[in-house]
Design a protein around this ligand. Structure first.
Ligand code: BEZ
Length: 235
């Protein structure tokens, strides 16, 4: 990639850029094929590398957990299809890691030797590597809108419990019209929209109802874990 080349990055709140690609599970049309589902599109730097192997084994082991909240997974690297197939076969047949073994990666892994998709999604970061994608994560909603973007450098393996928390938190925000505070997990209190006027805020501050206000701009309410999980598991 040329130095100083301007790369436009997809942004939160915008439509996920469209592409067609060859994957280990056949051709896909993104995001069209995923309409109605949440989908995590993520890149990894290279096949047959240790951090990526640990990530794929972890993500594949959690695939059902993501599918249960209507979230599909799609991987990408700038390696070719035969490399992907050989690497995933090696993982299944030979690697035992942290109690995970015989791990079959069933979600599609995109071959992107031209780097067309990686460039479109701002996954190439020349300051980190000219030849490998960084560890990018795009969470896309059922309407094809990008809802979260997270980037990690080559040396840092992702936390997949956090990615699951992100999907559940986004769905909870949509379903209950709330926001989620720092380190939120299902069952923790959620943030209710700020009151529109001083009068309403004062009323809320003084109310003994289910809303608790730390100040006029910071009000929360309890949202039971069962309610959250019932909503996200039926999505
Ligand atoms: C890894 O997955 O281990 C890795 C890949 C590219 C650069 C550094 C580490």
């Amino acid at each position: 990639m040329e130095e100083n080349q301007v790369i436009s990055l997809p942004r939160i709140g915008e439509k996920a850029p469209e592409f067609k690609a060859v994957t280990t599970q056949g051709e896909i049309n993104f995001p069209g094929d995923y309409k109605g589902s949440w989908v995590i599109l993520f890149s990894h730097p290279a096949d047959f590398t240790p951090v990526c192997t640990s990530e794929f084994m972890t993500f594949a082991s959690m695939e059902k957990q993501f599918n249960d909240v209507n979230c599909k997974l799609v991987g990408l690297s700038v390696d070719g299809l035969y490399s992907h197939i050989a690497w995933l076969r090696t993982i299944k047949e030979k690697i035992e890691y942290k109690g995970m073994k015989d791990v079959e990666v069933k979600f599609p892994l995109i071959e992107d030797i031209t780097m067309e998709v990686a460039k479109k999604y701002g996954m190439m970061m020349p300051g980190e590597s000219n030849t490998k994608a960084v560890r990018a994560v795009f969470v896309v909603d059922p309407k094809g809108i990008i809802r979260t973007i997270i980037y990690y450098p080559l040396s840092l393996g992702r936390n997949f419990d956090e990615l699951y928390r992100v999907v559940v938190a986004l769905q909870t925000a949509d379903e209950f019209s709330v926001a989620t505070p720092a380190d939120w997990r299902p069952g923790d209190e959620v943030i209710v929209p700020t009151a529109g006027s001083c009068g309403v805020a004062k009323e809320r501050m003084e109310s003994k109802g289910d809303i608790k206000c730390y100040d006029w701009f910071f009000c929360t309410k309890q949202l039971e874990k069962e309610k959250v999980m019932k909503a996200v598991l039926k999505k």
